[in-house]
Design a protein around this ligand. Sequence first.
Ligand SMILES: O=C(O)CCC(=O)C(=O)O
Ligand SMILES: [Fe+2]
Length: 645
Amino acid sequence: MVQPISSLPVVDFARFMGGSSEDALETARHLFTACRDVGFAYLINTGIPQEQIDGMFDWSAKLFALPIETKLKAPHPPEGWFHRGYSGVGREQVSQMVFDPNELKSIRDGKFPDFKESFDIGNEQFGPLPNIWIPEVAFPGFKAYATNFYNICRAFQTSALFPALAMGMDLPIDFFLRYHEDGNNQLRLLHYPQAPTSVFESGKKGRVGTHTDFGTATLLFQDDCGGLEVEHPSRPGEFMHVPPIPGTVLLNIGDLLMRWSNDTLKSTLHRVRAPPRRDGDNGNSGITKERYSIPYFMCVDQDKTVECLHGCFGPDKPKKYEPIKAGDYVNMRASPSRWLNGKQGNRNNTSKYCASFGVEWYTKSERRSIKDGFKIGRQALHELTKEEPTIDTEAFASVLAYETAVRNARAPSQSASVASTPRWFRRWDKKRNKRLEEMESTFNRLETNQASLMQTQATLVQKVNETNKTVRKMQKSLTPVLISYCRQYNARNNLSNDGPFLEVPFRDGSLPWNKTFGDHILRSLDTSASIEDLSAVESRFYFEGYFPDTFVPPHDQRKIHIEAAISRPRSLCGQRCGTEWNRLLGYGMPQIWLERNVFSLILRLPSTMVSGHTPSNDSWDMTIVSDIRDVLELHLPCGGSHDLS
Ligand SMILES: O=C(O)CCC(=O)C(=O)O
Ligand SMILES: [Fe+2]
């Protein structure tokens, strides 16, 4: 039965935060009695900015309007206790903790699964349970907004709500804060899609089944749809509508705080159904519009032990519960059957109620549909990571963080078995590792190949160097032949002064034409005229090239020597020298005559003049010596010339 109107208390935080100390105490007492008598209250003037709440609802609408593939880029892990990321419609059914199989069956035959989708967000700073975000590129701005809203809720919790509750219960003002240091809280965005009202009324669908929240307390923001129902404080089994009231935030107490307070504070049953029909609505056209809500669940730090609160027990009110570590309590709630180890569950060895969040509450067919949901999630994840197993996307990072969290932060009863790491994840992980191994072995192979290539390259370079050396040697030994050939050609075939001459290499084997010396480019000497045109500097370069280690004569004489070096001695032809010299030196003579004549000439000259090493100022003598050397070099075999090396 549902009462038409709610009669929840309203607690005004303006009087706690901005009023006198009497006002603050009065508000704190009011909060305490609301939590004691009803377990639910509307809070007003919380200081949480309305535009932030509206903004969060806008983001929530945008989020749930995303294509399913995008939403599943942040899949909620299969572990019921790992409340992070997106859960699709039908992924969860909240129900009371029930141990009797028949009762369980009757619940299952009733309204399930919950017709809603959700997205869970935790404290970004809380390592053990990392957030699972949709990659920023796929949903930019969401993470920043949601993180900020989470922090706003937490600020209200720590600066007003918990101090007020502690004050109202005559506990030290920071009492509850000391048990909530980790900020292990959970912001949940909920979306209930629209559906024909009849399906809710016939019980084919539910929104949220009857349950209590299991933590310390919950703040609940709801949109203007309605549908929330809370059990009447004094008439068990009767539910009253708790309509949304603009400017308010709902508060309700959770099971752990009820146990902690020796059942002084009340964790009240509540549920979400289709909102009440408005006057004149005969139900024929009834479509229950979609609904959004945002609960913020506050939880005790996992490692803190809660023990019956001061002021909540006495001679006439004995302690009902053993102290319990919050982590163990969560465990017990997540898997009560495992925790009870076959024993019958009852209100003494467990808490009174349990909102089931473990898959163990589902029937086989439900589990199958859940598995399908996971499959889509896995595929989305695979899509995201298959191209680059080491890609640094947020989703990949989330999964890695999730893996670490599953291994490290698994609640004690679950950590006993590594096998409880979700199978899909282990398979995916195995594949990923295999791919990484393959990549590594490919890389190693490539590295080995590269090393042997480098070895081959080194050998080749060595061979090329050796060949170059040989070529240089050959060139060196060929240089005199080339010099000889060119000069012979120039001398024999171009007796006139017009050229064109062949280029005669310098002694060092380099080719002089167009060679640069500092700013100078050596002009090519293809005619006698070009020799005549040489500047003093050019003639010096040419001279030094053809006669290294030799005394350098004046410019005019240099030109004569140069001409001699590239063709035939000018001094021995033309006007200054008669044909006798030509004949003597063998121009136009057969080789055999030439050699005989040259030797006879050498025999007639002093040895110092022949060697050409002795500097002499006598230009004529120098010219003759040079000419003779020239002829020797020109006409005798290479070995015959002492200068050619
Ligand atoms: O959607 C709502 O208004 C209530 C949700 C709720 O009670 C819960 O998630 O625990
Ligand atoms: Fe709830």
